[in-house]
Design a protein around this ligand. Structure first.
Ligand code: BF8
Ligand code: SF4
Length: 690
């Protein structure tokens, strides 16, 4: 097999090379062999009925209609809508399972979960206008912020556990209603700034209920129903809003309530977090509930003693994909890596169990595991893998399931084959992760004066050029994570404040950009000054893919704080998904755009087959929702486009023109006394004080 670079992380790359040397077939080899069908890739292949599939290509235009007469615009639009609907189904179903867990906690049906963030529960209840005397009283308090509510510790001190459980039950039930709601609008839409919400009203984009819009997307796109491109693309925006405000934001909120809202925490990431002398359990997938319980019990003395009795020095947990982000940002559990590293982890030969649930789990981990001793354990009733061990989890038996899984991994420790690709544990990269919207507010003023004023002011003054989000997957068709690394580094250098989530979070960790110290070395001078002043790193890891929804609230607060755009659209902000492959990424991209935030996706465009659909996404959506959805394969052009987009928004907002280096401090010769003074000021900020 030809040796080409597969991963930008050197440890992953070394294992990928070792895999080739040992004749393993990995995702990189399969991606090389499997050339995508160019007609399907650009969205021009219709498989909506069995008269076809119809491939709408042809030099002379002879095949520009399918057998039923559908033209290429309709075909491309239908395909895109279906992908977005599939993405929205995953995120909202993930949210639904968490809501059931919250309901079980509220009703006392499980003791394995608790409400770890009461303040967040109350603020969500306030946003949902839950009918409870405590919430009515809190809502009457004029100190609450528009859009998102932060409560002071003393405001919730006197609320009893019983009241908390009553409110939790009401929140869970109201969320459950949202899935099956038939009329009206999703309750979370009102959390958006007024101007954003008004656009949705004006263009009839408000989703009525989560399941209804997703089901309707399937209905509309079947043969012979919605065959008008504009109408199909409007429904795409509607389903996008379902994904953001009815799926991701709900999942993120309920996870914060149940498992704690992230605060900065130190950890490590890359495949070197695995330990040769301990039982290694990788928790991989997306839903965080079981993972959190495994984290809770893996330090249990009885289990540790059991591991010792089998010859291991302890139990080492590591995350993978978005589950990694969930337990990394909340609990500091080391992350083994991203989507592209799941087979590579097994190739080390020291993974005793890989525990998976839903989404992004490659079936190839089964043949990979068979070469070694690794047990693959499936835990979701929705996600089975032939030849895996199935130990089903539900919220009522979480602890029992977690113990069973850990014992199985411990029992498997002695079965290691001694083969595999070695790792050097010292090479794990350090990271500081876990930046929720709430902590971001807190960083900008402490408990009493938290706000988004410092960020807005810094953007207005041109110290920060703009904000950027980088999210989504690593694609086996590129050198894994390389474009994300390029964008992170360049954006930081250009004075952008960057948030990362999903597999882009792994990229930031592995390149060492998730430590404030390292990122400072790369930041533009204006950005660096702000970071030093308020103790924030220029690259914030905000969590899993569902946590991209934290950006919705960050932008809402930027809008309501004032001085920039009064709505989400028009902000000097941009988001990138340079290495996406998942339908979930498209759903996230669509909700960003529908909420007013322009996105640039990499790779081949799935709508390239229709000029009309491209025009709608790039231009007509700007008129409707104030944002555009671009596809750009070239990383340099992608960066350029993003920067230009932000600079144009600065101009429209009449902000001072951004000038690189404008805030560069004059170099001065310092004596030792001056240096000591500087140290006193700088140190707590650089270390963020934790
Ligand atoms: O939801 S970024 S490869 S792991 S789809 Fe999957 Fe893509 Fe990674 Fe999480 Ni998100
Ligand atoms: Fe072909 Fe029309 Fe059927 Fe699509 S719906 S496969 S274009 S006949």
């Amino acid at each position: 097999m030809e040796k080409i670079q597969r991963m930008s992380d050197p440890i992953a790359e070394r294992i990928a090379e070792c895999a080739i040397d040992q004749g393993y077939d990995t995702i990189f080899d399969r991606a090389k062999r499997m050339k995508p069908c160019p007609i399907g890739q650009e969205g021009s292949c219709c498989r909506m009925c069995h008269m076809g599939p119809c491939r709408l290509v042809g030099k002379n235009g002879e095949n520009l209609r399918g057998i039923c007469g559908a033209d290429v615009d309709v075909v491309v639009a239908r395909n895109f809508l279906r992908m977005v609907a599939a993405g929205a189904a995953t995120h909202s179903d993930h949210a639904r399972d968490l809501v059931f867990t919250l309901l079980s906690v509220a009703r006392g049906e499980t003791k394995d979960f608790q409400i770890r963030d009461k303040g967040k529960l109350l603020s969500v209840a306030m946003a949902m206008e839950i009918d409870h005397p405590v919430i009515t009283e809190l809502r009457g308090d004029s100190r609450v912020t528009e859009g998102d509510y932060d409560l002071m510790p003393w405001e919730i001190r006197n609320i009893s556990d019983e009241q908390i459980m009553e409110i939790a039950e009401k929140v869970a039930l109201k969320h459950l209603e949202q899935f099956g709601q038939q009329e009206g609008e999703l309750v979370y839409l009102k959390r958006a700034p007024k101007g954003t919400y008004e656009r949705w009203v004006k263009h009839n984009l408000r989703p009525r209920g989560v399941d209804r819009e997703i089901a309707e997307a399937l209905h509309r796109t079947t043969m012979g129903v919605d065959q008008d491109v504009d109408s199909l693309m409007d429904h795409t925006l509607r389903v996008g809003l379902v994904d953001g405000w009815g799926g991701c934001l709900v999942a993120s909120d309920i996870s914060d309530i149940l498992f704690g809202t992230p605060k900065p925490i130190r950890s490590k990431g890359n495949l070197a977090v695995l330990k040769k002398d301990e039982v290694n359990v990788i928790i991989h997938g997306h839903e965080p509930a079981l993972a959190q319980v495994i984290v809770d019990i893996h330090t249990d003395p009885e289990l540790i003693a059991y591991a010792r009795s089998k010859g291991a020095n302890g139990i080492n947990l590591a995350g993978m994909c978005c589950t990694a982000n969930e337990i990394l940002t909340r609990r500091g559990i080391g992350s083994a890596g991203s989507f592209l590293e799941q087979e590579l982890a097994i190739m080390t030969g020291i993974v005793d169990a890989m525990v998976v649930d839903v989404q992004c789990v490659q079936p190839s981990i089964i043949p990979a595991a068979k070469r070694f001793h690794t047990k693959v354990v499936t835990t979701s009733p929705k996600g089975h893998l032939t030849e895996a061990v199935h130990i089903e989890f539900d919220e009522h038996n979480a602890k029992e399931t977690a113990i069973k899984i850990l014992k199985l991994a411990i029992d498997n420790f002695a079965n290691r084959t001694g083969k595999g690709c070695p790792i050097d544990e010292l090479q794990a990269k350090a990271a500081v992760v876990g930046f929720s919207r709430e902590y971001f507010s807190y960083m900008q003023g402490g408990l009493f004066r938290k706000s988004f004023r410092p960020l807005n002011d810094a953007i207005m003054a041109g110290r920060i050029r703009g904000t950027a989000g980088i999210a989504a997957c690593h694609h086996p068709g590129t050198v894994g994570a390389s474009i994300q690394r390029y964008l992170i580094e360049e954006l930081v250098r250009n004075d952008f404040f960057v948030v990362v989530a999903g597999c882009a979070g792994h990229a930031a960790v592995q390149m060492g950009f998730a430590t404030p110290e390292t990122a400072y070395n790369y930041s533009g001078p204006g950005m660096r000054e702000v970071c030093e002043a308020i103790g924030m790193p220029p690259v914030m890891h905000i969590g899993a893919c569902v946590d991209t929804a934290r950006v919705l609230m960050i932008r809402t607060l930027m809008a309501t704080t004032g001085g920039l755009s009064p709505e989400m659209a028009g902000m000097p902000s941009i988001a990138f998904a340079p290495e996406w492959w998942s339908e979930k990424a498209l759903a996230i991209g669509t909700y960003f755009v529908a909420s007013g935030s322009t996105v640039i996706f990499g790779g081949e465009s799935p709508v390239k087959g229709s000029k009309r659909v491209v025009d709608i996404m790039e231009n007509k959506w700007q008129e409707k929702v104030g944002a555009a959805f671009f596809f750009e394969a070239d990383p340099e052009k992608m960066l350029q486009k993003g920067i230009e987009w932000v600079d144009t928004r600065r101009e429209q907002l009449k902000l001072v023109k951004y000038q690189p280096g404008r805030f560069r401090k004059e170099r001065v010769l310092m004596d030792m006394a001056a240096r000591r003074e500087l140290d006193k000021v700088a140190k707590p900020h650089v270390g963020l004080g934790f």
